[in-house]
Design a protein around this ligand. Structure first.
Ligand SMILES: [Zn+2]
Length: 68
């Protein structure tokens, strides 16, 4: 857990940045270019926001070979 005097303005996955509670409700998933975000609402203070992630390429998985 990161240090800090107050619980606010935390930047941690699954933690409300407003009140520091970990009781987030996720209700959506969208992408924008190479980044995606989950929409969340805090069940504790009812703030809402988006939790951003960057997409990292791993590998190609060929599910159909078009050359036959
Ligand atoms: Zn909250």
């Amino acid at each position: 857990m990161k240090g800090g005097i107050t619980m606010s303005n935390k930047q941690e996955q699954g933690i409300c940045p407003i009140c520091g509670n970990d009781d987030l409700e996720y209700f959506g998933f969208e992408n924008e270019g190479t980044q995606v975000f989950y929409k969340w609402e805090c069940n504790h203070c009812h703030s809402q926001g988006n939790e951003w992630y960057s997409i990292t390429f791993i590998e190609h998985e060929v599910t159909f070979n078009g050359k036959y």
